[in-house]
Design a protein around this ligand. Sequence first.
Ligand SMILES: [Zn+2]
Ligand SMILES: [Zn+2]
Length: 793
Amino acid sequence: MLKKTVEIDITGIVQGVGFRPFLFNLARNLDLKGYLLNRGNAGVRLVLQGNSINIEDFIEDIEFKRPKISYIEEIEVKELDSETIYNNLEIKNSEEGRGISLTLPPDIAICENCLIDMRNKNFSKYFQYPFIACAVCGPRYTTINALPYDRKRSTMIEFPFCDSCLNEYSDFDNRRFHAQTFACSTCGPNYKLYDKSKEQIKRNTIKELIEETANRINNGDVAAVKGIGGVHLVCLADSDEPILRLRRRKGKRKNKPFALMVPNLEVIENYLKISVKERELLTSYRRPIALLEKKETFKNSTLSESIAPGLNNIGIMLPYSGIHYLLFDSIGNKPLVYTSGNPSNIPMGIDNDKIFEQLQDLADIYLLHNRPIYQRADDSVLRIHDDKIKLIRRSRGFVPEYLPLPFKVEIPGALATGPELALTGAVLRRNRIFPTQHIGNVTHLETHDYLKKALFHMKALLQINDSELKFVACDAHPAFITTKYAQELSIQFNMPLYPIQHHHAHVLGLMAENKIKLNEKIVGIAVDGVGYGEDGNVWGGEILINSYDGYERLGHLEYQPMIGGDRCTKYPARMVASVILNNLDIEESKKIFEILNIDNDLEYKETELNAIISQFEHSNKRFPSENIPLTSSTGRIFDSISYLLGVSSIKTYQGEPAMKLEGLALKGDASKISLNIGYSKKSGMYIINTSNLIQDVINLRENPKNKREDIAAKFQRELGETLAEVALKVAENNNIGKVGLTGGVAYNYTFSQAIKNQISQAGFKFLEHDLIPPGDAGISIGQLIGGLFQYIV
Ligand SMILES: [Zn+2]
Ligand SMILES: [Zn+2]
């Protein structure tokens, strides 16, 4: 039989997914000798000796039989002229290989086999042990401080194996053969329970601890429960009282929806719609929060209306760690509020002292463990539009997966710092972009710090040297903390700084994920709340011709003044007042203000309204000015309509008026209302007429025959169709065949459907997001692409 020796290099997500044990057993069954090892972030290398047919079978089987969470990018096989005779097969110590990608998967939800072990009374080391894991499940990204993926580079280093675990680790027939982050009740981390004053509540077993926690939750307490990537606040979901108490304690969180964890989907499927795609994602190893639409029957459920006040959907996730299953075993078969345990706009604590400090006014008891969390990761949040994923928060279960760019890039490394709100940072490595986990609003020192740490952790995992950093990209807004941070990085690493216009960045991300070619152009519809425009105005309803190396703005929503600037964002009535004053004379405006009772919806009532009017009169319509910026924001128009239809008079969280408007519109019938927004063209620029729109909606609501939900439905569809019409004009005039939609307003299903239908029916290719978030969490990716093309020029 012909013998040969080969060296096989495998790249992709091949560490921390049970890949080494899989390869080892595959080679053993084919009677191959030699060795295999993990190589830094360069993947897995094998040197195998055996008969050539078996080696061929081995290579073929890798792709067919690989662990399902692994992802193979490339298998490189080289025949070796080796004199060495290998007499056995071994797993060698990992070495410092340097690759250009990441071999590490996201955190993986507990697997079926580990669940069975955890409930097996006869398997005492794992029975009711919440940190159970194996070669194909358990924490990964949140626990590793460097690559290659080995226990000694994880936070599990603090828990040396007991003899029994070491035996499992060394036995190639065991599911935990060469698994890195498992442990048992003898040697591993554990939970302790504390009361409000940090006094330990002692119990003999983990079961008793969990029962005590469950009892207290059942009695209405709010529990802080530490998990995989941070800590959650947990309380009953079928009773108003604990939820309202939690809202009171959170202060600012009057209406922001809470996510639920449910023991299984059967508990909620009578009340919430679950599509095939939603079910697939909810039960996947990623275990995200998916926003599910309420059914008509929702009102018959026991679920509290205060979970997601005024919204037509609720965020649902399934258990993903042992502790979640054990909690439900004790609490019973019912949903729980399961929300990130952090004060507003501050990242959640990951070490126990910080958790106590941050949650002292929020939680009644604390169920905390002693396994250090190296990287914080919130639960990911998404919506499904038909079969496309619209990521709202991309974090646990997704990070550190990357976006491959559809063209070749020679640049070894670059950074992007994102915009200001709900952001991520991102790292470029050759032709791959690695977004960080969800950071949040970088308006505080703590979130700024979190951004820095997450960016540099990603850079470290990718083994990018300081000298390999070639540029840093940021938002074009000069006052953002993230812009200032990028300026610092530019000086620190002596690299150029590229500010990238916000909506251009949105469309760049969309282009890359849709694999648009290098010299191709698309028409991008970028709709969101705020983005700094090149003319200094607040953009947010933009039609751009976009290529990788630049953009041209060819249309936008009509500029409207925002009297008092950002206050218009918090109080939609102020935005409506601004539009009315800008279009009618003062006396007419005042009449409408009276009809609308607008002063009632301003923080300082009549005094504030008078101030708005006088500020407007003094401006002599000379704006933009410091106190009266101009905006083309789609978000502000949604807010205004939401206010006019009586849905929302104050914004207590990002997107609130628009989300509530969407809820109302779902109950309506657009065909019952006649509304025509229209647009005009001035010196080559299409302007969508929002002044008419606001006045028409005011008139429509005055007619008692018109139902609010019908007006809402018509508005969403009409605005979508008008934007699509303008985008199609621009595409036709410029011979462009692809039109895409991006920005935070794209989360709105009916609005984006209206655009999608219009574009597709006209025979154009419609581009939408499926991989990267449509909202500002996707901006850092676009910033890197924009920066890249400025760097090469
Ligand atoms: Zn497992
Ligand atoms: Zn052990």
